[in-house]
Design a protein around this ligand. Structure first.
Ligand code: IMP
Ligand code: MG
Length: 189
């Protein structure tokens, strides 16, 4: 795995620091809508967009001292060896119980914006009390659709990245930093 990495864009200490700060900000914002005790049962649902967000979500939820439930949704847009979005495919159903709840959708990266655009439309159909979206990474200027993301960890250049949950062809999710791959590893499709 290590020899396939070209360069590290965001080292693990930077990621940890930023996730800590994002967690504090999100917790403050949710506490503000939840009221004083911050413990109105079941009012916060965090939706993790599989598979890329798992490591980010695992670190982020532990920074949120709130009563929340964790839902999952599987979406794929980069099948196999793709490095460009091939259109959004829902691979599982959304959690069904979001009416009246404060929903926080967490994804790894905002690229074309299609994934979060599709998900936010479907979630809004369930009439949540509020909807927020958080991404670890964003490639500025790439979004083809106008989607409003409330929390962004880092803006990165328009390069294909792996690590900390992000994959190429299913691999490198366990690489602990955000990095690019050597050109000979990435068969452009
Ligand atoms: P969007 O729908 O184009 O915004 O793409 C979002 C999804 O594409 C993310 O959740 C990732 O799974 C995947 N993706 C986009 N850019 C990258 C990248 O640079 N590396 C790995 N996966 C990516
Ligand atoms: Mg994804």
């Amino acid at each position: 795995m290590f020899r396939d990495i070209e360069k590290v864009l965001i080292p693990r200490e930077k990621i940890a620091e930023r996730v800590h700060d994002l967690g504090a900000q999100i917790a403050r914002d949710l506490q503000a809508v939840l009221g004083d005790d911050g413990d109105h049962s079941g009012e916060v649902v965090l939706v993790s967009v599989l598979t890329g967000s798992i490591i980010f979500v695992a670190d982020l939820v532990r920074q949120l001292p709130l009563k929340l439930s964790l839902g999952l949704v599987a979406v794929s847009s980069y099948p196999g060896k793709s490095v460009e979005s091939k259109g959004v495919m829902m691979r599982s159903e959304l959690p069904r119980d979001m009416a009246g709840k404060h929903v926080l959708v967490v994804d790894d990266i905002l690229d074309s914006g299609q994934t979060l655009d599709v998900l936010s439309r479907l979630i809004l159909e369930q009439k949540p009390a509020s909807l927020r979206m958080a991404v670890l990474l964003r490639k500025p200027g790439k979004a083809r659709v106008d989607v409003k993301v409330d929390y962004v960890g880092f803006d990165i250049p328009d390069e294909f990245v792996v690590g900390y949950g992000l994959d190429y062809d299913g691999f490198y999710r366990n690489y602990p930093e955000i990095a690019t791959l050597r050109a000979e590893v990435v068969g452009r499709t």
